[in-house]
Design a binder for this molecule. Sequence first.
Ligand code: TYM
Length: 345
Amino acid sequence: MADFKQLVFSGVQPTGNLHLGNYLGAIVKFVELQKSHDCIYCVVDLHAITVPQDPRQLTSSIREVTAAFIACGIDPKAHIIFNQSQVPEHAELAWVFNCVARLGWLNRMTQFKEKAGKDRENASVGLYAYPALMAADILVYRATHVPVGEDQKQHLELSRDIAQKFNNDFSEWIARTGFGDAFFPLPEPLIQGPATRVMSLRDGTKKMSKSDPSDYSRINLTDDADAIAKKVRKAKTDPEPLPSEEVGLKPRPEADNLVGIYAALSGSSKSAVLRDFGGAQFSTFKSALVDLSVTRLGPIGAEMKKLTGDPVYIDSVLADGSERAGQIARKTMDAVKDILGFIRH
Ligand code: TYM
């Protein structure tokens, strides 16, 4: 396959309550990858409207995710931060991909089944077609690497299938247009480390999520030290002390989750955490986890508050990022139109 320039792309939905799962599963990696790659990070507002949104709330959520990116350490000058709706090529390429993806592929998507629930007839067409838009987000930049949490793995596989089918279906025209044997790279998911699936603090078998009705199920990036301490102390555990080896966590989802969170926050591994805390009671471990969480998350929450207080600055970051992202996306879209045989004026 053709050689593609390495480029990182990822997105976060502006649907309120950014939490520790988003931070450890995705944003921490976004920050790390800036050192080694060119990165594009997107506030995916078009994805947000696949379920009903209050427009005023959506505006402030878009600014909040942008603020979180910056507060966590993403540099909007060296890299790109923007909101999806301002680069129309995302929606344009998504239409092309709607015509490439097969119904059978989308029917397998577990997230659609979960989100649509029992009333599937009443789900929006957008919610169903969502993975094709996600593929367009990545491929409109011909991005090669995508840091995400475990829950996005299936969508990433679909993106690869779409890229592959486009490359195959149009191989002759791709070659004639001068793009060699493949126009799109097959984007690689980056799903690594001890917290690729952070679980609810109330139930270790359920994913930590923005939409859980209990605020005690998650630590929000905007929580203050008191709220963090309360939530960690109330987190569900079992009566046994912590094991000394990782295998001892297997049948204990709540213990496994808290140890994974500690490992990710401290930049170590579960086995290293258990070397320090094996045999300890949860009360001791939870106190250490509160201290670590407050140290790591406190400054982020404070910075987010400061940044969201200056919407003019936030909007200027998004405008600048959208302009730069748009320049790349337009080039891809022009090439796609040539490959498809459309007439450009
Ligand atoms: P979203 O907005 O639900 O979540 C943003 C990122 O956070 C990760 N994440 C988690 N990681 C670990 N544990 C959890 N409990 C947890 N909850 C969420 C997600 O895996 C994700 O990486 N469809 C995507 C957004 C998107 C996208 C893209 C991502 C749209 N286009 C293109 C990558 C590339 C979503 O809904 O993420």
